[in-house]
Each structure stands twice: as structure tokens, then as C-alpha cells.
Design a protein around this ligand. Structure first.
Ligand SMILES: N[C@@H](CCC(=O)N[C@@H](CS)C(=O)NCC(=O)O)C(=O)O
Length: 191
């Protein structure tokens, strides 16, 4: 399998951590791409031009959650059917989405940065952190949830989207310190 990656992408990191946790790194070739100037092979594989993209047999899987579900089915037979857990996975993904949009707002090439958009995103981030903090113990045993949440919190830190979140979410902050110690997390730190 070939996995198109960017080493700073939080979506990519979710998949890279899972691959290491499943012990299947030897089955995957990780190929760095520049999404701003995609090479033709990558552009052909994923018309959206986004990472991660997993090439498996002759098809391209073009979304991190889809790739995670595929890999779990192939290598661990781990299916999550609990809707509350699935919903939490999407909220943790929502935290990544808000943080990523916040970063993109700062990188707009021609338009001025909108304080209204930044404030709206920060408001959502606060609400998500509060919600996820409240429900942490019930959910965190789930592998996909833990990975998604860790990548989201790490991205807040890495891109300096939010500095003070440990006061908003003290349980998440404690959990995050432990999460950072695992080998798969250290190996995929953004560069
Ligand atoms: N929903 C997608 C989002 C992936 C995504 O937006 N990746 C970013 C990198 S962090 C990307 O490739 N951006 C380049 C672009 O949109 O052109 C997923 O979960 O895989």
C-alpha cells in the first residue's frame, strides 16, 4: 500500500499513528507530497488533492476516517458500532477541522484575515473542548477516538491555535500528557 502524506497534517497523522499501532508499517510506503504543487500521480489518484490518500490495490481511499476504517477491518477486525463513540470521533475530527480552518484563514493569499471567522472558530473550539472534557472517561478507550483526539490537541499546540486550553479542559490536558509518551505518537511528531 502507498500512503500519500504530509508530515504536518493532523489528518495524515491519525492514519500514520494507527499504522504503527497495528504493527503494519512494513506493508505501507509513506510518500510525502506537496499539496500546493501535487505531482501528477497523486493528482490523478485523488481529485481533491488532499492528504492522507491511501492507494490500495487499484483504488485510492481519500479520507482519513475512511482509511482508518479500512485498515482496522483489514488488520484488527475492530468495528465500532456504538453511535455515542462514533459521534465523539466526529467531534474530535471537528476540533481538527476548526483548527485547520483557523490556520487556513491566516494563510489566505489575497483577502484580509477575518476576525469574525477566527472568533467563530475559537468559540467552536472552546465548546468542543468543554464537551469532550466532560465525556472523556467514557470514550477514551476507543482506539480511533484516542488517536483523533490526540491529533486534534497536538495540532492546537503545534500551530499555536490555542495556548490556554488546559484550563478549559483539565481532564483532556492530563490525558494528553500521557498520550504524548507513546512510541507511535513520538514517531509521527510534526516536522
Ligand atoms: N476530511 C479529510 C481532510 C483532509 C485535509 O483537508 N487535508 C489537508 C492537509 S491537513 C490537505 O490535504 N489540504 C490540501 C488541500 O486542501 O488542497 C480527511 O479527514 O482526510
Amino acid at each position: 500500500m502507498k500512503l500519500y502524506i504530509s508530515p504536518t497534517s493532523p489528518y495524515t497523522r491519525k492514519v500514520r499513528i494507527l499504522i504503527r499501532e497495528l504493527g503494519v508499517l512494513d506493508k505501507v510506503e509513506e510518500v510525502r507530497v506537496n499539496t500546493a504543487e501535487p505531482d501528477p500521480e497523486f493528482a490523478d489518484a485523488n481529485p481533491m488533492g488532499k492528504v492522507p490518500t491511501l492507494i490500495v490495490e487499484d483504488q485510492a481511499l481519500c479520507d482519513s476516517q475512511l482509511i482508518i476504517e479500512y485498515l482496522q477491518k483489514q488488520f484488527s477486525n475492530d468495528h465500532q458500532n456504538d453511535w455515542a463513540v462514533k459521534n465523539h470521533i466526529w467531534m474530535a475530527q471537528g476540533l481538527i477541522d476548526c483548527a485547520y480552518q483557523w490556520v487556513m484563514e491566516h494563510r489566505k493569499p489575497d483577502a484580509p484575515i477575518s476576525d469574525a471567522i477566527l472568533n467563530k472558530l475559537q468559540g467552536k473550539i472552546t465548546k468542543l473542548l468543554t464537551y469532550l472534557d466532560r465525556h472523556l472517561p467514557d470514550m477514551v478507550q476507543d482506539q480511533t477516538y484516542g488517536i483523533t483526539l490526540g491529533c486534534a490537541l497536538s495540532y492546537l499546540e503545534f500551530r499555536e491555535v490555542r495556548q490556554d486550553w488546559s484550563e478549559t479542559a483539565p481532564h483532556l490536558a492530563d490525558w494528553f500528557e500521557k498520550w504524548k509518551q507513546s512510541e507511535s505518537v513520538k514517531q509521527t511528531a510534526p516536522e
